[in-house]
Design a protein around this ligand. Structure first.
Ligand code: BF8
Length: 667
């Protein structure tokens, strides 16, 4: 298998992960890397040419001139079939983020009603900000009353039936909103858009590919400006808006002499409680009674991002690291809730002593222990789960692979903090960033996001793009497993700017003391990028809408339907997006044309699929440079930039702290 793997160039591109993977290969433990080799994707489904929306099929629309000449039994064309397939991926992705968001809002409501005693409103300022956006009066009112109104208002966004559109769509620049209105894609209720997408993609309903794809965009906007943005806001209100934290990342975070507990998944409610419980004196005493020196909490995937950016809890990495972490033999228990959890972790855990515990009522895995989380008894349940890990500590017997690498990381750049770091508390703004782009110090901005993927040298394309982009003065904002790929390679540090960034970007990073790759959080926190782009448009000097900014989104190793929803909401909002790997609709030239040319014309965004990392880089830079030219900004030349504007340094920012009036804007 090892030889085969070399030939196929799979495995992880991260040295620590690959070391652990090699250990697994030697000990005959299969992981996603081996399964990816064994499982050849069906080429028809892979290209979006298979329709199984009724039982006359599945129909396979293949052959010479399939687009013109072949149809399904019902007569559906290849373009219809491909568009419908993409829409269903988008609907599933939207459902995942939005169901997560619903859980967050329900918890906020429970807190407001005094029913979730272990949680509280941590960021009242953010609550007021959100209340302001929703036109809810907050001055002079009890905090919990404001929270109740915020929760109830946002809950309406899920099920709105008549008229109107999602509350948060008004946070987009006016011009962006006008485009949505013109093309009829302003989302109404989140659940409604998902249901309509499922309806219109059923046999015998909507057959016009362009019309279908517009509904896909409307659904994706319900994800971005609904599910994701709501989730980000409520999480900040409940657990605090992130500001830079120091953390540790990679597979070397486990400790031999402590109880190692991993929180994995997406919804941060349970994980937050585990953070609290891991330093609880009663739990620590219990761990000591079992021979452990302490409790070492770590995270995996997006849950890791959530607790890393708020508490500095170490991250073991992204999607393809989940089995590898267990292979250390040091994980006493891993809790999982929803999304991106490989059921295979149960099989790997059987080779060691690790307990896998499912905690969400929506998700069980055969062979795993199930202890259901209930926000009304949050701490009690968290303690129960932690005790499982502590009781399991003395059972460690099978020696796993050993990896010592762990990297420091500076994480937790919320959009509020990015605004703050450019002007201090009282004059927070995006002016300095816009000026740096106008002056040519910063060439443009790339959102590096999405999954890591065992079908490519995992995390490697993220690393390649991160290095090349910052070298070319492109500021990176990263989320999800894109952040994990960068962090587990040691890229999320200010030193990265000194050593690898181009001269203009380096100057900006040095002036503010930030890394050239800003960790913005989990995948739902892609909504922070929408907020930043809106603020940049509002600030002036660049584009007056999200479209037309020298900005691109890249998900080079995507695999999840959630990534499709994200890519589509960025495209609909005006951002050209490039996904790595083969297109899931490559079979249809018509669908591909609509997603690139037609969407760009209408929304100034697009969705490309490009397997070659060099070409992804070239396409991203081309979009950025063309946007600069269209905005009549000075031509980007490395090392040459206008000098009249400088970014605010720390000393200047401290001076501003002494000034007056807080700024509570719409963002
Ligand atoms: O939501 S980046 S593999 S962990 S889907 Fe999943 Fe992809 Fe990671 Fe978070 Ni996002």
């Amino acid at each position: 298998m090892a030889e085969e793997r070399k030939e196929a160039k799979t495995g992880s591109a991260n040295p620590a992960s690959e070391k652990m993977h090699e250990w697994g290969v030697e000990h005959k433990i299969d992981t996603c890397f081996e399964r990816a080799q064994k499982m050849k994707p069906c080429p028809i489904g892979h290209a979006g040419a298979c329709c199984k929306h009724c039982h006359m099929g599945p129909c396979r629309l293949v052959g010479k001139n399939a687009e013109e000449e072949i149809t399904g039994v019902c007569g559906a064309s290849l373009a219809t079939v491909s568009a419908r397939n993409l829409l269903r991926m988008c609907a599933a992705g939207t459902s995942a983020h939005s169901d997560h968001a619903r859980g967050m809002v329900e918890t906020l409501l429970a807190v407001a009603n005094g029913e979730a005693k272990d949680f509280k409103i941590t960021d009242v300022r953010k609550l007021y900000r959100v209340a302001g956006i929703l036109n809810i009066e907050f001055e002079g009112r009890a905090v919990l009353d404001v929270a109740r109104d915020v929760a109830n208002t946002l809950l309406e966004d899920f099920g709105r039936q008549h008229g109107g559109q999602l509350n948060y769509t008004k946070r987009a620049p006016k011009k962006t909103q006008e485009r949505w209105k013109k093309w009829g894609i302003a989302p109404r209720g989140i659940d409604r858009e998902v249901v309509e997408t499922m309806h219109r993609t059923a046999i015998g309903v909507d057959h016009d590919p362009d019309h279908l794809l517009l509904q896909g965009l409307r659904t994706s906007l319900a994800d971005g400006w609904g599910g994701c943005m709501i989730s980000t806001d409520i999480t900040d209100i409940l657990f605090g808006t992130p500001s830079p934290q120091k953390g540790r990342m990679s597979l070397g975070i486990f400790k031999e002499d402590e109880v190692n507990f991993i929180v994995h998944g997406h919804e941060p409610l349970f994980a937050e409680m585990m953070v609290e419980v891991s330093s609880d004196p009663e739990m620590l005493a219990y761990a000591k009674s079992k021979g452990a020196k302490g409790i070492n909490l770590g995270g995996m995937c997006c849950t890791a991002n959530e607790v890393l950016m708020r508490h500095g809890i170490a991250s073991a990495g992204g999607f393809t690291n989940q089995e590898l972490g267990i292979m250390s033999g040091l994980v006493d228990a891993i809790s999982v809730d929803v999304q991106c959890i490989m059921p295979a972790i149960v099989e790997v855990s059987k080779k060691f002593h690790t307990k896998v515990i499912t905690t969400n009522p929506k998700a069980k895995i055969p062979g795993a222990m199930h202890i259901e989380f209930d926000e009304h008894r949050a701490k009690e349940i968290a303690k129960e789960v932690m005790k499982v890990a502590i009781d399991n500590f003395p059972n460690r017997k099978t020696m796993g692979g050993r990896v010592s690498e762990e990297f420091p990381a500076v994480v937790g750049f919320s959009h509020e903090y990015i605004e703050y770091m450019q002007g201090g508390r009282w004059r927070a703004s995006f002016r300095p960033l816009n000026d740096a782009i106008m002056a040519g110090r910063v060439r443009g901005v790339v959102g590096l996001a999405g999954c890591d993927n065992p079908r490519v040298p995992s995390t490697g394309i993220h690393r390649f793009l991160a290095t090349e982009l910052i070298k070319k003065d492109v500021l990176i904002v990263s989320t999800g497993c894109g952040s994990a790929a960068c962090g587990t390679s040691g890229y999320l540090t200010p030193e990265m700017a000194l050593e690898n960034a181009g001269p203009g970007l380096r100057e900006v990073c040095e002036a503010i003391g930030i890394p050239p790759i800003l960790h913005l959080g989990s995948c739902v926190d892609n909504s922070r990028i929408l907020t930043i782009a809106s603020a940049m448009a509002e600030e002036g000097g660049l584009s007056d809408e999200i479209g037309g900014m020298p900005a691109v989104g890249i998900a080079p190793e995507w695999m999840s339907e959630k990534a499709i929803a994200i890519g589509m909401y960025f495209a609909a909002s005006g951002v050209p997006v490039i996904f790595g790997g083969e297109s899931p609709v490559s079979a249809s030239k018509e669908v591909t044309r609509i997603m690139t040319e037609v969407w760009f014309e209408r929304f100034r965004g697009a969705l490309h699929f490009e397997p070659d990392p060099e070409k992804i880089l070239a396409l991203a830079l081309d979009y950025i440079d063309k946007a600069r030219a269209a905005l009549k900004l000075r031509k980007y030349e490395p090392g040459k930039f206008a000098t009249e504007k400088i970014l605010m340094d720390m000393a200047a920012r401290r001076e501003l702290e002494k000034a007056a009036k807080p700024h509570i804007g719409i963002y």
